[in-house]
Design a protein around this ligand. Structure first.
Ligand code: PMV
Length: 322
C-alpha cells in the first residue's frame, strides 16, 4: 500500500494539441508553476480487481476506465496482473471547480508505480503521468516546470523538467472561482477540434516555441512584467484559436471577461496582475507576493466571483509512509 501526493499546476505557456493522441505527445512545449495548497493524495493497494474511490465515493466505468488505462501501463512494466484499489482525495476546495487531472494522474503514477514494486525516477514518472493527462507530466516536479515537446515518435523525450525550484521566486497565483458546472467540451475534444478546424491553429504552433523561450528566461530572471506579457499572450492565443474553430467554442464566461478587464484596468493604475485561463471559466492572476492581499480582496469583490484562492509555488511529488 503506497500513498503519494501531487500538486496542481497552472500553465504559463499553454499546451493545446496532441501530435500523438495515444501517447499524449504535445504539438508544443509548455511551462507551468506548481501550486501549493491544491493537491491530490492517492493510495494504491493491490486488489483482486481495479476500483476507484474519489473523495469517498466509488466511481463508475468512465472515471475508472482512465485509471485502469494508466494502471495497465504500470502492470505491463511490472509484469503483474494484479488489480488495484485506488483511493484518492482532492484537496481542492469543493467549490473550486478546478480541473484536477494534473495532480490526480501525477499522484496515481507515483502511488501505482511504487505499489507494483517499480522504482521509477522522476523523468520516468513524468512520462507515465503524461499518458493519463498531458498536464500531469508537469505535476511530478515542484516550482516552475517545462514539459518538453520532444521529437521522438515513442515519446521518450517528452516529459517534465524542473526549471527552478519552489524557493526561486516568491510570486502568487490567485485562482478566482467563478462557477462549478462541469466543462462543456473536454480538453481532449477541444484540442482535436481546434487542430482540425481553426485557421488560427497554425499561428498558435508557429509562436509557441518562442513563447516558451521568453517565459523560461523571464522565470530565471524573476521578471514578473516579462513573464506576465508572454503568459497573457499564450493564454489568449489559445482561447482565440478555439473561438475560430468550427463549430466555435469558448470556456470563458461573462464573469471571466469581467475579471480580465478589471485586472487590466488595475494594472494600468499600477497594481501588477497578469491573467491566464484554461479549459474552464476560472481566471488565474499572477502577481508579486506583496500585491496578493490587495488583488485578492479586489477580485473577491467583483460580481460573479465566488472565492479567491491564493497559491504560492508548490512542491513536487512526495510519498507518505504507512
Ligand atoms: O492535459 P489536460 O487535459 O489537463 O489539458 C490541459 C490543457 C490546458 O490546461 C488548457 C493547458 C495546460 O497546459 O495545462
Amino acid at each position: 500500500m503506497t500513498t503519494a501526493r501531487a500538486h496542481a499546476n497552472i500553465a504559463l505557456v499553454k499546451y493545446w494539441g496532441k501530435r500523438d493522441e495515444k501517447l499524449f505527445l504535445p504539438t508544443n512545449g509548455s511551462l507551468s508553476m506548481t501550486l501549493d495548497g491544491l493537491y491530490t493524495t492517492t493510495t494504491v493497494e493491490l486488489a483482486e480487481r481495479d476500483e476507484l474511490v474519489l473523495n469517498g465515493e466509488t466511481q463508475g466505468p468512465e472515471a475508472l476506465g482512465k485509471v485502469t488505462r494508466l494502471l495497465d501501463l504500470v502492470r505491463a512494466m511490472a509484469g503483474s496482473k494484479a488489480g488495484a484499489r485506488v483511493t484518492s482525495i482532492n484537496q481542492v476546495p469543493t467549490a473550486a471547480g478546478l480541473a484536477s487531472s494534473a495532480s490526480a494522474f501525477a499522484a496515481l503514477a507515483g502511488a501505482a508505480s511504487k505499489a507494483y514494486g517499480l522504482a521509477l525516477d522522476d523523468v520516468a514518472l513524468s512520462r507515465l503521468a503524461r499518458q493519463g493527462s498531458g498536464s500531469a507530466s508537469r505535476s511530478i516536479f515542484g516550482g516552475f516546470v517545462e514539459w518538453r515537446r520532444g521529437e521522438r515518435a515513442d515519446g521518450l523525450d517528452s516529459h517534465g523538467v524542473p526549471v527552478v525550484p519552489q524557493s526561486h521566486w516568491d510570486v502568487r497565483m490567485l485562482v478566482t472561482v467563478l462557477e462549478t458546472a462541469p466543462k462543456s467540451v473536454s480538453s481532449r475534444v477541444g484540442m482535436r477540434r481546434t487542430m482540425d478546424t481553426s485557421p488560427y491553429y497554425p499561428g498558435w504552433i508557429a509562436s509557441a516555441a518562442a513563447d516558451l523561450v521568453e517565459a523560461r528566461e523571464a522565470v530565471l530572471a524573476r521578471d514578473l512584467a516579462g513573464l506576465g506579457a508572454v503568459m497573457e499572450s499564450s493564454a489568449l492565443k489559445m482561447h482565440a484559436s478555439m473561438l475560430a474553430a468550427r463549430p466555435p467554442f469558448t470556456y470563458l464566461q461573462p464573469a471571466s471577461l469581467a475579471v480580465i478587464q478589471a485586472v487590466w484596468a488595475w494594472r494600468a493604475e499600477g497594481l501588477a496582475g497578469f491573467v491566464t485561463m484554461d479549459a474552464g471559466p476560472n481566471v488565474k492572476v499572477l502577481c508579486a507576493a506583496t500585491d496578493a492581499e490587495e488583488l485578492a480582496a479586489r477580485l473577491g469583490a467583483l460580481p460573479g466571483v465566488e472565492e479567491v484562492l491564493v497559491c504560492g509555488p508548490g512542491p513536487g511529488l512526495s510519498y507518505e509512509v504507512s
